[in-house]
Design a protein around this ligand. Structure first.
Ligand SMILES: [Zn+2]
Length: 449
């Protein structure tokens, strides 16, 4: 399963790891059943946290004999990991290896509280690199790529750097370093960029302010991830036209694997690339019931580590709400495809209808070039009262008065049609809403507390 062949790289190979990425469904089931059996035994032996959880749920690794048995095991919530770390800092009671074996420590972004710390052993680092390489290779990473990395360095950028250094060249930059990033292209001949989906247009504006035509930068390929948006055709087209480049979507998560999903040239959705290392499930967010992975299925992504030493996770709730785009692809990869619809955490419930802020943004972005795609949903009262329709949404327009006539009403109608909720749109000029270099904040609370 190790596709890491240093020194034997060639431009024409289709897959980073052909054996793993083209595994037939039956073989994948057999492999994951075997690996889950081992992984469940490992945590039951090495992790105090899972010993307690399994005892509480009345299950033991012996109860696992077929893939379907995994549903009998309890979920792992992010909040539980946080509490476990408070009891036993810094890594928590879920640490399953000796501290001396830990080679790298990440902190995941503490959007809802203090950061959580994740340790990786040398084995874990190699596994994360392997999955990242499959995903990036699927999305077009090849020898010769020179890649500045402008995602938040404290999270998982080291794993991305690891992958880029294996195939091409990495230039760590970090966030809020626009001039250094421009220099990386102009003087270090960078040609590829890893960033969040909302970053490229922000970067284009910064270039234009400095009198630089984005098309002259030499940017050939953008790996966009970290938030929904890269898959919206109008947004993607606008970015590709602005830079004369291609943009493909990638995704991962600081908890279960820095990078695990990559979109191939057919652009149907991001392929699952974690065969043998991560076991993915789809569940109903409310009930936790397992959903079959078939095209069109929607649910929350849940991941189990199959081969991880320091922080193995069993049925980790990622809170990523995804739709399965396809299970077959002309590229030959057998990993199913997904698009991320939103975060279960961010969801608003408007008169019983689930509304994802990123889905609202997608609908409004489809009015480009009349809108910039930048929006802000404003909540004037805490939920559930604050979620009462009409939702107040500020939308940036791009100009000309004659083209604005009726725009708010058109957007309101389209939101009602596509997302089944009533909105009140306030148009504001281009540049009036805040820009975010990392993940765009789509909802603002205009109330105390
Ligand atoms: Zn494909």
């Amino acid at each position: 399963m190790d596709g890491h062949h240093r020194g034997q790289l060639n431009m024409t190979k289709l897959y980073w790891n052909a054996e793993a990425e083209t595994l037939a469904a039956a073989a994948l089931r057999a492999l994951h059943t075997r690996k889950l059996h081992t992984a469940l035994n490992y945590v039951a032996t090495h992790s105090k946290f899972y010993q307690a959880k399994f005892a509480g749920a009345g299950v033991s690794p012996n109860d696992f004999t077929a893939l379907e048995d995994l549903a009998r095991f309890p979920f792992t919530e992010k909040s539980e990991l946080r509490e476990s770390q408070l009891r036993d800092p810094p890594f928590g009671e879920h640490r399953a290896c000796a501290s001396a074996e830990i080679r790298r420590v990440y902190s995941t972004s503490g959007t809802t509280g203090r950061p959580t710390y994740i340790g990786l052993t040398a084995h874990d680092i190699a596994q994360w690199r392997e999955v990242a390489l499959r995903a990036f290779w699927a999305s077009g990473l090849r020898p010769g790529a020179i890649v500045p990395v402008v995602v938040s360095p404290f999270v998982v950028a080291a794993s991305y750097a690891d992958a880029f250094e294996t195939v091409g060249t990495c230039i760590p930059i970090g966030v809020n370093m626009t001039d250094r990033l421009i220099d990386a292209f102009r003087f270090a001949r960078a040609n590829t960029l890893l960033c969040t989906a909302s970053y490229p247009l922000h970067f284009a504006a910064a270039l234009q302010q400095r009198g630089i035509d984005p098309k002259t930068l030499g940017l050939k390929l953008i790996f966009a991830g970290g938030e929904p948006g890269a898959s919206i055709p109008s947004v993607r087209q606008q970015i590709e036209d602005t830079f004369a480049c291609r943009m493909l979507e990638v995704s991962g998560n600081g908890d279960y694997s820095a990078m695990a999903w990559g979109e191939c040239e057919h652009r149907l959705g991001m392929h699952f690339c974690g065969q043998g290392l991560i076991h993915p499930e789809l569940v109903e967010p409310d009930t936790g019931r397992v959903i079959d992975i078939v095209p069109g299925a929607q649910g929350e992504l849940v991941c189990t580590s199959l081969d991880r030493e320091c922080i193995p996770l069993v049925r980790f709730r990622t809170r990523d709400h995804v739709v399965v785009t396809h299970t077959e692809c002309a590229c030959g990869r057998t990993g199913f495809g997904i698009r991320i619809i939103g975060r279960t955490d961010d969801m608003l419930i408007v008169r019983g209808v689930n509304v994802y802020p990123s889905a609202v943004r997608d609908v409004i972005a489809s009015f480009a070039p009349r809108t910039t795609g930048v929006i802000e949903i404003q909540l004037h009262k805490p939920p559930p009262e604050g979620w009462e329709p009409p939702l107040q949404i500020k939308v940036e327009h791009t100009g000309l008065a004659d083209r604005l006539t009726g725009l708010s009403a058109e957007i309101e109608a389209k939101l009602r049609e596509k997302l089944i909720f009533r909105a009140q749109i306030e148009l504001v000029p281009d540049g009036s809403l805040p820009r975010y270099e990392y993940k765009a904040k789509l909802v603002r609370k205009i109330y105390e507390g």
